[in-house]
Write a protein that binds this ligand. Structure first.
Ligand SMILES: Nc1ncnc2c1ncn2[C@@H]1O[C@H](COP(=O)(O)OP(=O)(O)O)[C@@H](O)[C@H]1O
Ligand SMILES: C=C(OP(=O)(O)O)C(=O)O
Length: 759
């Protein structure tokens, strides 16, 4: 069953080495794999930030782990200036300290306000070292190291493994120290050094996984509150001055952690901010399915993960995790790609190969940490990463990827649907707590998020009405039924309240992933409503995907159809209108080889006292999704082809599409999804109008001149059936018939075939 489900392999379009070695086509805009860069002392001046934007930085990360609130506010002000200057969109990600443990050390502030730590500490193998969790511990006492979390000693047992390393350490430098706990006498923890080290800079402390008597791994850092007090005040202060697009939750251990954070953000009216789960330990992997179901995006923090996961498993963990995210269109990024470029202008071959492999694995983004925060070559690192990504994207076999995803979306026979109508087969449910132990992938996530998928299909799922309804219920539950504590003091590490998602008597490692009653659907991606374990097992790359019963949501059906149509027409661009970004992210998950211009239509919303224009944040949030090139449309009333024509012109300006090329457009007006095919006019100023000649080779559209269809091309020759993803194309085989595929929201979400409008 799921355990035998076939994982995808790397798909390359061609084995022609000459073609592979050709330089990638120069791109004006990085619409493919995205770069998230951490802002710090090496790059926070306006000039460098402007160069980083020009080089293709899509999202700027401010990490609250190091530096003061004032320092980060200053960085964000500089970023705003650079953004204005360069006229480029850039998303803002606020990364929390969360459950990260730090060593408190003496420091001075440099002229920019960045802490400089003094007095490196030398440690020798076999030496005893005392860690002190007392908040009043003397940090100038050389015989001990002070720990930021007062409950730290309660987490430790003799025999536990600890790791101390420089913040954003690359694992190979002399600051890496492994310790074994010898004795615990709160607040003191006495350890023995396992290697020689020189501890310098901002130091983080990691409590590695501990196996229980049954061999189950647990990470005691998971019992810490989700956010620190300073995270909470920083989020409040920064959100008053800046629009925060993403909050990254460090050390996410379960889906329940995300629910807790979402409650907190909603209470601050920050519900537009998306939550990025940073998966950085074994427990995060054990509960991966629930985390993927609950979060808006995922970061695989490979630096920390590499301490908990044996080296020989790291690549495999990465591939399975990325594949799981790809299957439901959840954006996923990885960290730690260019350690060498912290101090050298070139990367190693291993690093270049690592980035290219990540792109072939299907990653959405690359997160640069130390490389831009304190590295000597922040701009060059972005350029290097993006050119490696572009080269890999050029050989990525989108078609195989598409077929692979489609094969997972079909159920072999109806009996199976009857047996497990919500996808919650007993096995799927039992696998939920070990979501990544096997490549069970989507089925466990599907079981965990059946309720999410249900709401994903409803356009109003992000409505304010949700706040007072489902969210309120969950918010109440978070206090009464014990979601993970949000801030310090909310729970002691030992006296941690049981999560409402937790099975009685299961270890903490299994907690938090019964997210079937989650408060709010993640807005990127979707999960086929009734995907079952068996349906997962059916997928075979290259197998005919058209068999079986499709179980797609309507957005998913339309998204896959748009990608298929674009490939068949050799279109140059896909345009999708967006209000939550869900349809756009579903199109992106099929990884078409052409850009997806995401046209965010601003909405006016009222809280009865004032009006707000929404849309800007979503446009920026699209910037972490591979393939999306967001554009904020001018507010216009109703359905208008002028908006589409303007979008085509902007796409030409950005170098995303050329005159005469086809453009596949996904529209959604009054809950009617429509797929349209248009062409760029000869001068690249918009859509080609009826009557204009076509000079484009291949299946060029003809235009009819009647008033209903002036913008609508029809096709001469046979088109529609093969355009459709699954061949369920009733009424579409009539020669010259199709120019619009329409599926009505009033129909059952999973109903097929599409109703095709025949002109
Ligand atoms: N042809 C069009 N002209 C004007 N607005 C459109 C057109 N097509 C879609 N829109 C608007 O774009 C938005 C798309 O929303 P929706 O389909 O719900 O996207 P998402 O999947 O991002 O939630 C809606 O506000 C819709 O009114
Ligand atoms: C970049 C990060 O991840 P990691 O160091 O674990 O790779 C981070 O957590 O800041």
């Amino acid at each position: 069953m799921a355990r035998n489900a076939k994982a995808k392999t790397h798909f390359l379009e061609s084995t022609d080495l000459k073609a592979v070695i050709d330089p990638p086509k120069p791109a004006q805009e990085s619409w493919g794999t995205k770069v998230i860069a951490t802002i710090g002392p090496a790059c926070r001046d306006v000039e460098t930030l402007a160069k980083m934007l020009k080089a293709g930085m899509a999202c700027a990360r401010v990490d609250l782990t190091g530096g003061s609130l004032q320092y980060h506010q200053g960085s964000l002000r500089n970023l705003a200036t650079a953004v204005k200057q360069e006229k480029k969109l850039c998303a803002v990600m606020l990364d929390t300290t969360g459950r990260e443990l730090l060593i408190r050390r003496k420091f001075t502030l440099n002229d920019q306000g960045w802490p400089q730590h003094e007095d490196p500490t030398e440690v020798q193998t076999g030496q005893e070292l005392v860690l002190n969790a007392d908040p009043n511990a003397d940090i100038s006492d050389p015989s001990q190291l002070a720990v930021t979390y007062s409950g730290f000693a309660d987490m430790c047992q003799p025999g536990d493994q600890l790791f101390i390393g420089r913040y954003l350490v690359n694992g190979a430098d002399q600051s890496s120290l492994y310790l074994e706990v010898k004795e615990v006498s709160p607040p003191l923890v006495t350890c023995v050094a396992q290697n020689d080290a020189v501890l310098d800079g901002l130091l983080t402390l990691i409590h590695q996984d501990r196996a229980d008597e049954y061999g189950r791994m647990s990470n005691t850092q998971a019992s810490m509150p989700v956010l620190t007090e300073s995270d909470i005040s920083a989020i409040k202060a920064i959100s008053k001055e800046f629009e925060i697009d993403f909050i990254a939750l460090s050390c996410t251990c379960s889906g329940a952690d995300i629910v807790s954070l979402r409650d907190f953000l909603n209470d601050l009216e920050l519900d537009a901010a998306k939550i990025v789960a940073k998966v950085e330990n074994r427990q995060g992997l054990d509960n991966f399915s629930g985390i993927v179901a609950a979060a808006d995006a995922i970061i695989l923090s490979r630096g920390n993960l590499g301490l908990d996961v044996p080296s020989e498993k790291m690549a495999l963990v990465q591939k399975v995790a990325i594949d799981s995210c790809n299957q439901i269109g959840r954006p996923v990024s990885i960290t730690r790609v260019m350690d060498t470029m912290v101090s050298a202008p070139r990367c190693t071959r291993a690093e270049a190969t690592d980035v290219a492999n990540a792109v072939l694995d299907g990653v959405d983004g690359i997160l640069l940490g130390a490389e831009t925060l304190r590295g000597s070559y922040p701009v060059q690192t972005i350029q290097t990463v993006l050119s490696i990504c572009r080269s890999a994207e050029e050989v990525f076999d989108s078609r195989q990827h598409f077929e692979n995803l489609m094969s997972f979306a079909m159920v072999e026979d109806e009996d199976e649907l009857m047996e497990h109508p919500t996808g919650q087969s007993p096995q799927a449910v039992s696998e939920m707590d070990q979501g990544l132990g096997v490549p069970a992938r989507l089925d466990t996530a599907a079981a965990a998020a059946a309720a999410v998928a249900e709401r994903d299909s409803k356009p109003s799922s992000r409505d304010n009405s949700m706040r007072g309804g489902v969210l309120r219920t969950i918010s109440d539950r978070s206090t009464s039924e014990g979601l993970p504590p949000l801030g310090p003091g909310a729970a002691s590490p030992r006296g941690n309240r049981r999560s409402s998602f937790e099975e009685p008597d299961t270890p903490r490692s299994g907690a938090g992933d019964r997210v079937a009653s989650m408060p709010k659907p993640p807005s990127f991606g979707s999960i086929p409503k009734t995907m079952s374990t068996q349906s997962m097992a059916m997928g075979r790359p290259g197998s005919a995907p058209a068999r079986g019963i499709p179980r797609l949501t309507k957005q998913e059906a339309m998204a896959s159809t748009a990608v298929r149509a674009a490939a068949k027409l050799r279109a140059g661009l896909i345009i999708v209108y967006a209000s939550s970004g869900r349809t756009a992210s579903l199109i992106a998950k099929y990884r078409p080889s052409i850009p997806i211009l995401t046209l965010v239509v601003p909405q006016l919303t009222s809280n009865t006292l004032s009006w707000t224009m929404t849309g800007r944040s979503l446009a920026r949030q699209c910037l972490i999704i591979r393939g999306l090139s967001p554009m904020l449309a001018a507010p216009m009333q109703g359905r208008t082809d002028a908006m589409l024509s303007q979008a085509v012109a902007v796409a030409v300006q950005r170098g995303l599409v050329e005159p005469h090329q086809h453009v596949v457009c996904v529209e959604s007006v009054k809950e009617v999804l429509t797929l349209k095919v248009v062409a760029v006019d000869a001068l690249g100023r918009g859509m080609r109008r009826g009557g204009e000649g076509s000079h484009h080779q291949g299946a060029a559209p003809n235009f009819r001149n009647d008033t209903n269809t002036r913008m609508m091309p029809t096709f001469s020759g046979e088109l529609p059936a093969h355009v459709l993803a699954n061949g369920h194309s009733e009424g579409l085989n009539k020669p010259g018939a199709l120019n619009t595929l329409t599926q009505r929201a009033s129909e059952r979400q999973d109903s097929f075939p599409y109703t095709a409008k025949v002109w």
